[in-house]
Design a binder for this molecule. Structure first.
Ligand code: ADP
Ligand code: MG
Length: 728
């Protein structure tokens, strides 16, 4: 360990934990920095308030006069809270959030100034956003893009800035962000689910998709994190030998939260409260210095915004506590990576969770309808769902025996499997009235009781039913949830539309009663989609084989997985639902493919640099010390020296071997990179990076990590895993 670094570690350890001053009640803070319904009700005229409400609930237009009124009320509210600036806050396809702050302040001549904010500024802005990723959309069409207010996600104050959630679109209307397709998908699933829910309750007018995410992350001392070029530039360690102690004792999981981390969490939670983010749970995760934060679930668009906001806030608040937050899916080899479970359900404006079994056979038939349709949707579009969570960083996690595999399957538990089996096995053709009654009483009627003790939870499944919601567990910790949520809600919308058509056809053409028709279609779906159901160990070898037999996709790398994004079937899905057109789909694909290449390229460069500039020179230095030592021994012992210096001689040879291996690895990797960079086609380039460059990472790392074990700790220039993971 170098002296310099030792000081910074010592400093860190000396630092007293920050005082945690809790307000009396968190609930008093809740939403205090949000221009929510109650602040609107207080400051808007009845007309203006109703107009916003209807925009939120029905997507209706807000006219210019009313927009002026809302803007003015919003400004007064923001100024009263100490805000000085405003910004259109959006989520471009970089994965980060974007904002450009403008002051409310304006001069009005005669040396005077006022605070101004009109409807025009609220509703639409034109940020100079030419360097946001657009996948060619703005080259081909119109150079400009604009942001437009999303009234369904309330404005909030962050620091001294009023942030107005917006969509970001090209002048020609193509989406350039994550939010636009999500809003369209949510609208599609709303319409489709309302139509189906009306079979059971005519008064249903709206169906909301809910999302409850669980954010995992690592919290690393910031001075230690800064000392690692790989963490600084790639967000993860590219080398580092695993420490003598890792997570094998499981002593961190749910253990007491270290003081410094607690003080960070407390600050973060307070800020969340002010911003109306209902964070509820926090705990240690499996790996050392790994934690989780989860809010109470919310309407999906709002929950996505909250997650984007929180990822940004974590970074800023961590700085105040001398921490660096790592959101990367696999920051450290040898210990668990981080995910972001997406808990998803659908609920009606009448307060019914459509994925929760009810008290009567009829409400259970409704439950079964939505439950089986979800399974069918995932079955039909498993490959697209896999693509929705594909990224260079998530590739490390999926299938690494700590997270779900790259194969998408659905876990529903033993009891519900039995229910589906029973439903499937009733006679082939149309259900007889007796069968229907039996089913209702014997199978459907029992579901709530069944679920009460259905506590079995298979942690290895990427998509699991957990009582009253599905949990999509393959989502990566650094992902924007909008991506998987857009896909999940779109495939569900498509599925429900198909279902309704089939049921209506049976009712009209076969003269079936509504319930019979529903039963019959559900039964067919159970049969056709049962290949997606899997209750066993998702981490096992056998599942890989079995899944192959079943014809399920197993796209292990991002370039392979992403292809489903532009498959004919995907284009048809998104175009039919008006979620995205072909141009938008292809643009996104291009952006994701290029992003993949860039990430691997950066990692490859950083690894090459660290190996050449840090590891090899240190190895040479240490080897020289050994050589001097051997020379000295030879002087003293003459021909006897070989026996005495045996260990040193072996070390010298071993170090040479690793230096050679690193050297050839880096040289060959750089050559491959140069060749790959000449490839014009983005898809081929990404594939080449995946197949030709990534394999060098392990080879180079292997020798670097061996050297870390061989070389004097005093000399080793990089902060070690034990320091990164166990400094609190
Ligand atoms: P886990 O055991 O995976 O930690 P929890 O029971 O703690 O699961 O719930 C995790 C998340 O699921 C929370 O964010 C919670 O708000 C969310 N959740 C609970 N019910 C629903 C629902 N009906 N729809 C969507 N999310 C939900
Ligand atoms: Mg979970």
């Amino acid at each position: 360990m170098s002296t310099l670094r030792f000081h910074s570690l010592k400093e860190t350890l000396k630092r007293k934990p920050l005082k945690i001053s809790e307000p009396k009640k968190r609930s008093d803070l809740f939403g205090s920095n949000v221009f929510n319904e109650s602040s609107m009700r207080q400051s808007l005229t009845k007309d203006a308030f109703n107009s916003v409400k209807s925009a939120i609930e029905k997507g209706s237009k807000i006219d210019r006069g009313i927009a002026d009124q809302i803007a003015s009320a919003m400004k007064d509210w923001a100024l009263s809270k100490g805000a000085t600036h405003y910004t259109h806050w959006f989520q471009p396809l970089t994965g980060a959030t974007a904002e450009k702050h403008d002051a409310f302040f304006e001069t009005i001549g005669n040396g005077q100034a006022v605070e101004k904010f009109g409807g025009g500024q609220l509703v639409q802005q034109e940020p100079d956003a030419s360097s946001f990723p657009h996948g060619g959309i703005r080259n081909t069409f119109e150079a400009r893009g604009y942001t437009a207010w999303d009234p369904t996600s309330p404005a909030f104050i962050y620091g001294t800035t009023l942030c107005i959630p917006t969509v970001f679109v090209a002048y020609t209307g193509e989406a350039l962000d994550y939010k636009t397709p999500l809003l369209r998908a949510l609208q599609a699933v709303d319409q489709a689910a309302v139509a189906v829910a009306k079979y059971f309750d005519k008064s249903v007018k709206k169906v909301n998709a809910s999302l409850g995410w669980e954010q995992e992350y690592f919290l690393i001392d910031s001075s230690l994190a800064k000392s690692r070029p790989d963490i600084v530039l790639a967000g993860r360690t590219l080398l580092g030998h695993s420490p003598a102690k890792g997570q094998q004792l499981d002593d961190h999981y749910f253990g007491s939260i270290p003081n410094r981390a607690l003080s960070f969490m407390s600050d973060l939670e307070k800020e969340c409260m002010r911003l109306g983010i209902p964070v509820k749970t926090r705990h240690n995760e499996v790996a050392p210095n790994q934690f989780e934060l989860a809010p109470i679930y919310d309407e999906a668009n709002l929950a996505v915004d909250h997650n984007s906001l929180i990822m940004d806030m974590m970074d800023k608040i961590a700085e105040r506590h001398n921490f660096k937050v790592l959101l990367h899916e696999k920051p450290f080899a040898g210990v668990n990576g981080s995910g972001k479970h997406n808990n998803w359900s659908l609920s009606t404006n009448t307060g019914v969770n459509l994925l929760s079994p009810g008290k009567t056979p009829m409400s259970n038939l409704q439950f079964l309808t939505f439950f089986v349709n979800t399974i069918k949707a995932v079955y039909e579009y498993e490959e697209l769902l896999r693509a929705s969570i594909a990224s260079a960083s998530n590739d490390h996690r999926l299938g690494a025996n700590e997270a779900p595999p790259a194969i998408i399957s659905v876990f529903i538990g033993e009891q519900l499997s039995a229910v589906l089996k029973e439903l499937e096995e009733v006679t082939k053709g149309k259900l007889s009235p007796q069968e229907k009654t039996d089913l209702k009483l014997n199978v459907v009627g029992k579901i709530p009781e069944i679920l009460l003790d259905n506590t079995d939870r298979n942690r290895t499944s990427p998509f699991a039913f957990t009582g009253n919601k599905f949990e999509f567990r393959a989502v990566g910790s650094s992902a924007n949830c909008a991506n998987p949520m857009t896909v999940l809600n779109s495939i569900m919308a498509k599925q429900l539309i198909d279902f309704k058509n089939e049921v209506d056809t049976l009712i009209k053409k076969k003269d079936m009663k509504k319930d019979d028709a529903i039963f019959n279609v559900i039964r067919e779906y159970i049969k056709t989609s049962k290949n997606i159901l899997f209750e066993g160990n998702g981490y096992s070898e056998e599942w890989q084989k079995e899944a192959k037999k079943r014809g399920l996709s197993n796209n292990k790398t991002t370039p392979e997985a992403l292809k489903a994004r532009v498959a004919e079937k995907t284009i048809r899905l998104f175009e039919d639902l008006d979620v995205m057109n072909k141009i938008e789909i292809e643009a996104r694909y291009e952006i994701e493919v290029e992003e993949y290449t860039m990430r691997i390229q950066i990692e490859s460069r950083v690894l090459g640099d660290v190996a050449r500039n840090h590891v090899i020179p240190t190895a040479v230095k240490y080897q020289s010390i050994l050589i001097d030592n051997v020379r000295g021994l030879k002087e003293i012992y003459g021909s006897e020296f070989k026996k005495i210096a045996k260990e040193q001689l072996e070390l010298i040879a071993e170090i040479s071997k690793h230096i050679e291996s690193i050297n050839s690895g880096v040289t060959n990797m750089t050559d491959e990179r140069r060749k790959a960079n000449l490839i014009k086609d983005a898809e081929k380039k990404a594939e080449t990076y995946c197949k030709k460059i990534i394999p060098y990472f392990d080879k180079i790392r292997y020798s670097c990590d061996k050297l870390e074990l061989l070389i004097d700790d005093e000399l080793w220039p990089l902060t070690k895993y034990r320091e990164l993971l166990f400094t609190r």
